[in-house]
Design a protein around this ligand. Sequence first.
Ligand code: GLY
Length: 328
Amino acid sequence: MLINQVQPKLIIHGGAGSSLKGKEGVQVVRSSLYKVLEEVYSLLQAGASASAAVVRGCHLLEDDPRFNAGTGSVLQSDGQIRMSASLMDGSTQRFSGVINASRVQHPIDLAEALQKFPDRVLSDYGSAELMRELQVPVYNPLINIRLLEWLQERGENFIKEAAGVVAEKELVDNPVEHTKAGVGTIGVVALDGLGCLAAGTSTGGKGFERIGRVSDSAMPAGNYANLLAAISCTGIGEDIMDECLAARIVVRVTDGLSLVEAFERSFAESQQRQRDLGAIGIDATGALAWGKTSQILLAAYHTGEQMGDTLEWSDDNLTGCIVKGLPG
Ligand code: GLY
């Protein structure tokens, strides 16, 4: 194992959207995110590559039924779950992903496997063939809360634009309460001890969408990295694609802006065009940044010295377009 030459950095998100409804929701989501940070940061400290850390972080978030990725994914309009995920390794500047994959526990694993293939982004049928080829076991990611949410929405003829951001227990007690749109996605961005960056993003999509709708999470618009910066986005996929947000921020850093400046400029533009989105990122100096135009962003970070998060932004009246960062 190589000895770390730089201090590893890690930032993760569990989606963006509407309020978490009070302290209890905040504490539960915080504890989920911090557990992931602790496990993945210790991997980085032990010498794991940025890509390996990102894949492990995505596994943990995909396995948490609270978040809309892997287990706990939202249902599409026809009641099926179709998931999308991508991985970008900044050191090779190589993107890979799957779009609308079904019956898989960890869509990010398919994206990771595709890093070595000449055809690196596969859609539904192709991802099923890949699963057969790799002998990935069939898995049902459905949880009851998401089924109830879909049944409720079907009863109302799909008036909502998207499913809830987090599968909260109170949704079971009172599904009618949960009417605000929000988009859950998970994302992990890491800088490893050798100074390499990677970004991974995974999602069940918006929820209640048309069959065949393609998410930004398996596009460079939603997940992008190079030698200088790595970004994972969350929010309404169409808004993220229209801004080409992840690639836009990375290109701005490549052209000389600091990470925070690149976030500030990109989020100001997004806000002007009334986009509903969020993003997290790290640059090669170890600077971290996060931003949102949506009501909330469920993000948390580990600098090696401290952990922090964005979960109380809405309580702090930090509404509208917000960008924050920490220097490297
Ligand atoms: N950002 C996730 C989606 O819109 O599919």
